[in-house]
Ligand binder design. Structure first.
Ligand SMILES: C[S@@+](CC[C@H](N)C(=O)[O-])C[C@H]1O[C@@H](n2cnc3c(N)ncnc32)[C@H](O)[C@@H]1O
Length: 249
């Protein structure tokens, strides 16, 4: 049997937001590798082995997946959302880079998924309709000073911003500091979207003016989208729409 490795995104949560390409590769797989809650989203079936692991072992998990594929298995590494956005695709390539020759002939594919930022944006309207940036607010893999520098420069450049991993129980102070930096740097009441558990039964969406945002409005299941100075709200009885115009005149 010729092995291969696919690194696939499962989307934000709903089954109907998994792409047909990803569904097809899951149906062909012999082995699924990933973080426990993501592997739990893959249906068990005869001939399929699930390898669920803790979130802190990304490079070990990537190496295990590479080795199984080299042995002839059909391996899918799963991430939520898109695998290239703060997720497993980069971890697999980091593991490969240590010894590229070892994997020179291996069939490796990255299969995109709907990232949480885009699912959240669609729920609110089109807040990312003009230039934007995405920032991971976790300082597990980078120093906090770098996050703060990027926040200030993004505000200065008037980007809309999408924040992944905004606030965890182990680092509650980072998002509080983020709000302070933005309130100081933006100096206005632009809309901020808190989109929690998008496309799952626990989904919640709140739109809050920047000056009224509080740290506890976000957790690790939340995407936070901050508008640019030009982002506006269309008020409607059927539900408000947040959007950023496509042009700057
Ligand atoms: C480690 S990142 C992984 C991102 C993922 N690869 C993606 O493309 O969406 C995890 C963060 O994504 C965001 N996230 C993932 N799924 C979400 C959902 N259904 N609703 C809101 N935010 C979500 C949260 O900010 C969470 O802390």
């Amino acid at each position: 049997m010729t092995g291969w490795l696919a690194i696939a995104g499962l989307g934000p949560g709903a089954d109907n937001l998994v792409t047909p390409e990803v569904s097809d590769v899951l149906a062909e797989a012999t082995d699924i590798v990933g973080y426990i809650p993501y592997v739990a989203r893959v249906a068990e079936r005869p001939g399929l082995t699930l390898h669920a692991s803790d979130n802190r072992v990304e490079v070990d998990r990537a190496m295990h997946a590479l080795q199984m594929a080299a042995e002839g298995k059909r391996v899918v590494v799963v991430s939520s959302g898109d695998p290239g956005v703060f997720a497993m695709a980069a971890a697999v390539f980091e593991a490969m880079e240590a010894d590229p020759e070892a994997w020179a002939d291996l069939d490796i594919r990255v299969l995109p998924g709907i990232t949480a930022m885009l699912a959240a944006s669609a729920r609110a309207g089109a807040p990312l309709g003009h230039d934007f940036c995405a920032i991971n607010l976790s300082d597990n893999l980078k120093p906090w000073q770098l996050i703060e520098k990027r926040l200030r420069l993004a505000a200065e450049a008037d980007f809309a911003m999408a924040f992944y991993n905004p606030r965890s129980k182990s680092r509650p102070e980072g998002f509080a500091r983020t709000l302070e930096v933005l309130q100081e740097a933006c100096g206005d009441d632009r809309p901020v979207i808190f989109a929690r558990a998008v496309s799952t039964p626990e989904e919640e969406l709140r739109v809050v003016p920047l000056t009224q945002c509080r740290p506890e409005m976000a957790d690790m299941r939340t995407m936070v989208l901050v508008g640019s100075s030009r982002t506006r709200i269309i008020r409607r009885a059927a539900g408000d729409i947040v959007y950023t115009p496509r042009s700057v005149t």
